[in-house]
Design a protein around this ligand. Structure first.
Ligand SMILES: NC(=O)c1ccc[n+]([C@@H]2O[C@H](COP(=O)([O-])OP(=O)(O)OC[C@H]3O[C@@H](n4cnc5c(N)ncnc54)[C@H](O)[C@@H]3O)[C@@H](O)[C@H]2O)c1
Length: 332
């Protein structure tokens, strides 16, 4: 097998940096590109930077001239940079649509110029199923073959999933050896603070026994996938030609937990005895979300190995040391 030369955009972020570490461990060379708008140059990037075959380019993918430093001999291009997060989506839908499509188009062009490209990986999102859930009967667990519904175009929340659906179509018509993945609620160390698990961990960490823990959308059900399992799926998809041209849910099919059960589990992890109190239901948040993992498991042979409680403990240990009681450098 020829040595893999990987380019990861958004590589300072949550998934990109963990993937970089794994690819280096497996003998690849890795270039990261990130504008550090969300990702941070912290201990993990310092550790990776000390390793041979690794480099970081601080560049903004919205500026095509910034791509000039990148080579033409990547075998694998992972386009993970995106404008995401509920706050961006609700407050800046115009930028979410335009920037996600602009960045993807630039990266598809760059991937098309590579001399020996083996794979272009594009992360879509579990949000692509939301329109079908709102207006039709969505099968749950949801298979990748579910017909997608694009509606409510005037709603800011639609912007992110629409940019991803359009992105999926761009991949299909790119002529490249692509793989599309649809991540469902990954969690783990170094994911920022704009996601439910680190947010709830922080609130519990800052509470005392007997305090209330207000849980929003308390009866909504989700599954959560620890980052190590997500990375295992990703690298195994690279190892099989069956994944070329395919679309794969990435996540965990069971157990489904309610937000209330998640709150109880996280209290156990932090070691606090709190009273769980129902809060508001977040507008636009689907009642239930769960990927059908049959296709991905059959293609990769991997089944999730990290259960929710163990993953939550590892996540809490990292956040306690690095964010809640640390220097906070990795907090955003
Ligand atoms: N984490 C999940 O559970 C999840 C779920 C669904 C989809 N995804 C998708 O996976 C990808 C990676 O997600 P993540 O959780 O690692 O997000 P992240 O925010 O941690 O990483 C994205 C990175 O992209 C960088 N970036 C943003 N705009 C840029 C620009 N103009 N130029 C250069 N870099 C830029 C950010 O600084 C950040 O480091 C995204 O495309 C996201 O839409 C993730």
């Amino acid at each position: 097998m020829t040595q893999r030369r990987a380019l990861i955009t958004g590589g300072a972020g949550f998934i990109g940096a963990q993937l970089a570490r794994r690819l280096l461990d497996d003998g690849a060379t890795v270039d990261l590109v990130d504008n550090l708008s969300r990702g941070v140059q912290d201990e993990l990037l310092a550790e990776l930077s000390a390793r041979p075959g690794f480099s970081v380019h601080v560049a903004d993918l919205r500026d095509p001239s910034s791509l000039g430093v990148l080579g033409d001999d990547y075998t694998h291009v992972f386009h993970f940079a995106a404008l995401l997060g509920v706050q961006n989506v609700l407050e800046r839908p115009n930028e979410v649509l335009r920037e996600n499509v602009t960045m993807l188009t630039a990266m598809l062009d760059l991937a098309g110029r590579q001399q020996a490209l083996e794979r272009f990986v594009f992360p879509s999102t579990s949000e692509v199923y939301v329109g079908t859930q709102q207006f039709f009967e969505l099968p749950i667990p949801s298979p990748e073959t579910t017909p997608l519904t694009v509606s409510a175009l005037d709603r800011p929340r639609t912007s992110y999933m629409l940019s991803k659906i359009y992105g999926e179509a761009l991949c299909h018509h790119s002529g490249l050896p692509f793989t599309i993945v649809r991540p469902h609620n990954f969690y783990g160390p170094r994911m920022g603070l704009a996601h439910v698990i680190p947010q709830v961990l922080q609130r519990i960490h800052d509470s005392a026994d007997g305090d209330e823990l207000v849980v929003y959308s308390i009866d909504h059900r989700r599954t959560f996938c620890f980052i190590d399992d997500a990375i295992e799926y990703l690298v195994r998809l690279l190892d099989t030609d069956d994944a070329v041209g395919g679309t794969f849910n990435l996540g965990v099919q069971s157990p489904e937990v309610t937000m209330g059960e998640l709150g109880e589990l996280l209290c156990r992890v932090v070691g606090r005895d709190l009273r769980i109190v129902p809060g508001e239901t977040a507008p636009g948040s689907p009642y239930r979300r769960c990927p059908d993992m049959t296709h991905t498991i059959a293609t990769t042979g991997h089944r999730p190995a990290v259960d929710l409680e163990s993953g939550a403990r590892r996540t809490y240990e990292w956040y306690r040391g690095n964010v809640f009681e640390g220097d906070g450098i990795s907090a955003r």
